[in-house]
Design a protein around this ligand. Structure first.
Ligand SMILES: Cc1cc2nc3c(=O)[nH]c(=O)nc-3n(C[C@H](O)[C@H](O)[C@H](O)COP(=O)(O)OP(=O)(O)OC[C@H]3O[C@@H](n4cnc5c(N)ncnc54)[C@H](O)[C@@H]3O)c2cc1C
Length: 388
């Protein structure tokens, strides 16, 4: 393994995660990838070991360790060649209940989520026509008696088929009747088992990576009014609150991917003999790997800073965005260089490079695309005029 330029945090957790991941080698992921199947055994192992409840406070049965520990878990998962995308949302989606739920909702759900009895790893925000402009979502929840009746459509909702609950963002006031565009949206907690076939249809989308993502159709789905999280009309703020944790955790997955690619590129470059010498002896092969290492190391520091701010309860929106952007670009560069280092073998499934290459590409688009991060920095940090 390449050296980590940091003194890595949570060394015991990292070692234990690596040990767990060793039971899920490349062959396991390749078989799932071919069938676009869900890694149930891997997710069960992570759950049993308690890694998915590190952000849940101890009073609700989690380990209450914070985001720093969660980033260590996901970085090691990805560095080991595994993929946390099937389960990472179980770590942070519960934050909406933790921060905005009533005492009764917290008591009802958090201990079961911590124990792994309930999976809350689906969140429905994106819609086909709204795109990144979330204030334009059209899925509408109309209050009728003691229920909300939901009509509309969502797209790219990951893990919906593997979740007991979903955090769903809907309009409860039409955009043109709200005081501001970001008002009038609300968050509902949807019981997926009850909903499917009773107003909710889930349609899987086959993508270039194995990500269990879906399209959702709501046709008068009844959600009990008691499943409203926080105040009606304030949902956009609640969703934004959760996005910092998501971006920092996904950035840590990119750091893990980047280190995976660097480890593999170094090993191959030392071993592969062409023209009577190791290819890694050529600076044309060395330098891109060294550059990857520089970029991943720098991005890792930004991830650490964002996580430290989050855990200290301080504002971290800009740092979370910058960490996600730097880490996703560093992992993509490392992926490209690792593939190049492997020559033709980089394209062979059995090396796992092409699979990880496809997987790490996602993170420049989701959960937020690079342009939108640049726009945030340009207007919110640098005070440049707004472009939209
Ligand atoms: C595999 C996968 C899983 C996902 N999982 C989930 C999930 O679980 N839940 C969920 O709610 N969503 C999920 N998403 C959705 C994801 O968050 C969005 O795809 C992402 O935020 C980009 O939005 P969009 O696809 O609508 O792109 P668009 O908003 O249509 O943008 C398209 C491109 O145009 C650029 N662009 C748009 N407007 C501007 C502008 N003003 N200036 C400059 N550039 C601009 C964007 O940067 C982007 O590159 C997932 C997506 C994928 C692909």
């Amino acid at each position: 393994m390449a050296i980590d330029s940091r003194d890595p945090s949570f060394p015991e957790i990292r070692e234990a995660v690596r040990k767990l991941c060793a039971d899920f080698p490349g062959a396991y992921w390749r078989a799932l990838d071919r069938d676009r199947a869900y890694p149930s055994a891997f997710v069960a192992a992570l759950t049993q070991a308690g890694y998915l409840s590190v952000l849940i406070p101890e009073e609700f049965g989690g380990s209450g360790l914070g985001l720093g520990a969660a980033t260590a878990v996901l970085e090691e998962v990805h560095r080991s060649g595994c993929n946390g995308g099937a389960a990472h949302a179980q770590m942070y989606t519960m934050g909406t209940i933790l921060r905005h739920g009533s005492p009764a909702q917290k008591a009802a759900y958090l201990p079961k989520i911590a124990a792994g009895e309930l999976r809350l790893q689906a969140f429905g925000v994106t819609e086909p026509t709204a795109g990144t402009d979330t204030t334009r979502i059209a899925t509408f929840a109309k209050r009728v008696g003691d229920a909300y009746v939901v009509k509309g459509q969502k797209i790219w909702i990951s893990r919906a088929e593997h979740s007991d609950l979903m955090v769903l963002l809907c309009r409860t006031t039409p955009r043109d009747e709200a005081k501001k565009p970001s008002d009038g949206m609300s968050v509902l907690l949807v019981d997926m088992k009850q909903a499917v076939g009773n107003g909710l249809t889930i349609r899987p989308i086959r993508t270039m990576l194995n990500h269990a993502t879906t399209e959702l159709f709501f046709d008068d789905l009844h959600v009990p009014a008691e499943n409203l999280l926080g105040e009606e009309g304030q949902g956009f703020k609640y969703i934004l609150d959760g996005m910092n944790a998501e971006r920092i955790l996904i950035a840590s997955e990119c750091i893990g991917d980047g280190r995976f690619f660097i480890d593999r590129a170094c090993a191959y470059a030392k071993d592969r003999q062409v023209f009577g010498r190791a290819i890694g002896q050529n600076q044309g092969v060395q330098f891109p790997i060294a550059r990857s290492y520089v970029q991943v190391s720098a991005a890792a520091l930004m991830v650490d800073q964002a996580a430290a701010l989050f855990d200290a309860g301080r504002p971290c929106g800009t740092e979370a965005n910058m960490a996600k952007m730097l880490a996703s670009e560093a992992s993509w560069y490392a992926a490209d260089q690792c593939l190049q280092t492997h020559g033709g073998f980089g394209f062979a499934e059995e090396y796992d490079i092409e699979r990880k290459f496809r997987e790490t590409r996602l993170y420049q688009v989701a959960p937020i695309s690079t342009n939108l991060i640049l726009s945030h920095v340009a207007t919110h940090v640098l005070g440049l005029p707004k472009s939209f």
